[in-house]
Design a protein. Sequence first.
Length: 471
Amino acid sequence: MSDSPESLDLLVVGAGPSGLSYALGAQGVARRLGKGLRLGILDAADRPGGWVHTRSEGAYTLETGPYGYLDKHPELAEILDRLGLRDQALYPAPAAKNRYVLARGRLRRMPSGPLSFLFSRILRPRAKLRLIREPWAAPHPGGDETVAHFAARRLGPDAAEALVVPMFTGIYAGDPDRASLASCFPRMAELERDHGGLFKALWRLRKQVRKAGQGVGAPRGELTSFSGGLSTLIDAFADHFGAVVRLGTEVISVERVGPGPGVSDGFRVTTAGGETLHTARLALAAPARKLVEVVRPLDEVLAGLMGEISYGGVSVVHTAYHRSDARRVPEGFGFLVPRQAGRHLLGSVFVSTIYPEQAPSEELLLRNVLGGMMQPDLVEADDDRLLEIVAAEHRELLGIEAAPCFSEVVRYPGCLPQYEVGHGALLARMEERVAGLDGLYVTGNAWRGIGLADCLAKNFAAGEAHFGEDG
Ligand SMILES: Cc1cc2nc3c(=O)[nH]c(=O)nc-3n(C[C@H](O)[C@H](O)[C@H](O)COP(=O)(O)OP(=O)(O)OC[C@H]3O[C@@H](n4cnc5c(N)ncnc54)[C@H](O)[C@@H]3O)c2cc1C
């Protein structure tokens, strides 16, 4: 085992969106302050970007991981500016405006506001009557409530299953009976706490939005990608950092060292290749489940807590059809499927409607997601079975009888951390352990939000804060 002669100021473990944006924030602020920053970024894989991966296959642009992020934090524009990508951002085509949900046997358009729910045919009259009683719903029972319980308590069981559960599974692929509302949808928990109910909150905020002159119903963030797909962002990070990013370098353990003779205070990081590196500050941005054994030598308790986070997997199946074979497919963004429908698909996104440049113009490209915590067998299922399921469900729901002219299956076991009941308290205990280890930052999508926007923006801000004036 060789001891690296050089000591770094910051070593980031994991070149996914979280680690790259943390490094960018730290480096930017250090440069502005005229401080040098000896920086290293290590990743076990042979390409940076973690789950973000765009593949081009003929005229198809295939996002096997995320297909966009919500442009909802100011830091995101700053990241694009820093990477020279601001004028390359790609937004959904107007035709993608409508979203659908499977309700009462067919796809129905999602209403745009609470009032239009009452006129939509997603809910039966009885469920609408219950929905109207939302302002008088039973109070919060105390403690960490599940997503399903919260939704049923406030909106009634039918609206909960028809609307909230599909939205939840579309993001987390989780189990709504185990997921924590406060951790998965903190905004909903906040609206109830601060305004006494969802309708009251919407009504009050509507007035505020009008006062600010933003226009009622303005989206909280627009879905953003690039014409070459999301890998454009990762490629720009990779170009920016150059040789600072070292791929194929798995970190197997981290320990606290120094101060002592010839060693300053910091961390010793050991890689699977037997190399050791010394760094004053360490940012761990790999998935929590992959870090359990890595942090054990540093803090046994932290390792145990990180091991408590469960992960779910999904299968992503792309299928393309000739438009002439898909005439009954409604124009829009895609559709979500409630668990009570007894189907296998969690949802399908109409990629070529959202981003027409990502498929040949005479074809409809769909990205279909299956599996999750409630159907884990579909993450293990073989290609033929997954393609059969998708074909059968497209036949019944979209009226597509023809075989796809293109298909591709990708499986991701253990890709999505689950924010289950108790997650907030678990995070607080993890944060407490980390705070006791000066110079350590631990992040990744188990910590500060699962969406790409949160991974990018929150870690960029953290990097700036840790290396700024007071850092
Ligand atoms: C299939 C799928 C679809 C998604 N769709 C969307 C979407 O449309 N919109 C959205 O906003 N979000 C989406 N998400 C969520 C979002 O993409 C992820 O939460 C986010 O990309 C996670 O980024 P990260 O950097 O925290 O982690 P990761 O992407 O997991 O990156 C962690 C990195 O750490 C590396 N690593 C692991 N162990 C080690 C080690 N021991 N040593 C060194 N390196 C290590 C890995 O190789 C990896 O590169 C999706 C996620 C998945 C899986």
